[in-house]
Design a protein around this ligand. Structure first.
Ligand SMILES: N[C@@H](CCC(=O)N[C@@H](CS)C(=O)NCC(=O)O)C(=O)O
Length: 356
């Protein structure tokens, strides 16, 4: 099996940490620009990372799809908690890491000059390894421009940046407190939320030299990242009795206060778009923009329909057993989530999201 992706890619590092933790053998391939365009675009239709080609020859794209597939094909020693509340908590953290933390990850990478220069050199070194650095850096400029171009679309602007920085620092500080008492989010064993959170924290904030200071006062977060970078064989267990530690309340409160209202806006936009397009096979990638709140600051952000696909994962976990999680959700501000009616389902078919 081959994992294709770059060390600077958070979703690639999410999958890599998972594969290492599960002791699933794989070849770690850092694709060149030519491989991205020929092999990967040829297989999955676009330049994206990570992708996996499994031993059967088939391809998988999207970190969540890859991990689900591996869990189904490599049973035993699972990273899925046995209890419904912890399973839901794990998928909520994955949603937060995959769909909310890109604002922080991209901000610290592209708005800090030292990081932007570092990452341009990284892009050039991976994409065009045989070219002199200066020429390589010129040729990867369109790719760098595309990545930094996501910032305003994600709502990262001078108005929201103070809120974004405050909430990132609060996240790291809160995690550090939690990880003093626990090896992982839900006890002695990592869940999908650990891998997802590790992606942007390690591959962007910590690995990029100009933002590493964010972790200076968080030794427990650094030790947790180390456990996920060079994982020991799985031996610990999830907290007993399906407990979600109270020391994570701060994270879920933030998710429900700021991320979930944004997801709810996407749901409303999808529902009204479908009224006018009842026979549509797929949703547009984006449905306009919405006001949203980030660390208390109000901004505008694109309504990305793929985020509703990711939100189906915790919503499905909730639907599987609502009773187990009701009191916990009410404690952490998740009442709106608890009463969500999601719009039409999306599924991945031929590497694209389509309406089910
Ligand atoms: N939801 C996807 C996200 C993948 C993704 O956005 N990958 C980035 C690199 S970390 C990428 O390849 N972006 C290319 C682009 O946006 O054009 C996953 O979990 O795999």
């Amino acid at each position: 099996m081959k994992l294709y992706g770059w060390p600077v890619s958070p979703y690639t590092q999410k999958v890599k940490s998972y594969l290492l933790t599960r002791r699933i053998p794989f070849e770690d391939v850092v694709p060149t620009g030519a491989m991205l365009r020929r092999t990967i675009q040829g297989a999955v239709g676009r330049v994206i990372m990570p992708t996996v080609q499994h031993d059967g020859g088939g391809w998988l794209q999207d970190s969540s799809v890859i991990i689900d597939w591996m869990e189904a094909h490599h049973p035993g020693d699972s990273i899925s908690p046995p209890g419904p509340r912890q399973r839901l908590a794990a998928l909520l953290v994955e949603l937060y890491a995959d769909e909310w933390l890109p604002m922080a990850a991209l901000h610290y990478r592209w708005n800090i000059e030292e990081n932007a220069a570092f990452v341009r050199a990284e892009f050039a070194r991976y994409a065009l390894p045989w070219l002199p650095g200066m020429l390589g850096r010129r040729l990867i400029e369109p790719m760098a421009g595309k990545m930094s171009g996501y910032l305003p679309l994600l709502g990262v602007t001078p108005e929201t940046i103070p809120g974004l920085e405050a909430s990132t620092e609060a996240l790291i500080a809160g995690l550090d407190v939690h990880l003093r008492e626990h090896d992982f989010l839900l006890g002695g064993r990592p869940c999908i939320g650990d891998f997802a959170l590790y992606g942007p924290l390690w591959a962007h904030l910590f690995r990029d030299p100009g933002s590493r200071w964010l972790l200076d006062d968080a030794p427990s977060v650094r030790a947790w990242m180390e456990r996920l970078t060079t994982p020991a064989p799985l031996s610990g267990s999830f907290r007993a009795d399906d407990v979600v530690p109270e020391s994570l309340d701060f994270l879920f409160r933030d998710l429900f206060a700021e991320q979930w209202p944004y997801i709810a806006s996407i749901h409303r936009a999808i529902t009204s778009w479908l009224v006018d397009h009842p026979a549509a096979e797929r949703l547009p990638r984006s449905l306009g923009t919405t006001d949203f709140t980030l660390g208390g600051r109000v901004g505008q952000r694109k309504l990305i329909t793929a985020a509703a696909w990711m939100a189906q994962r915790p919503l499905d976990a909730l639907a599987a057993d609502r009773t187990a999680s009701t009191a916990w959700l009410e404690r952490v501000g998740g009442a709106e989530f608890l009463h969500t009616t999601a719009p039409a389902r999306q599924i991945q078919r031929d590497f694209r999201l389509v309406l089910a």
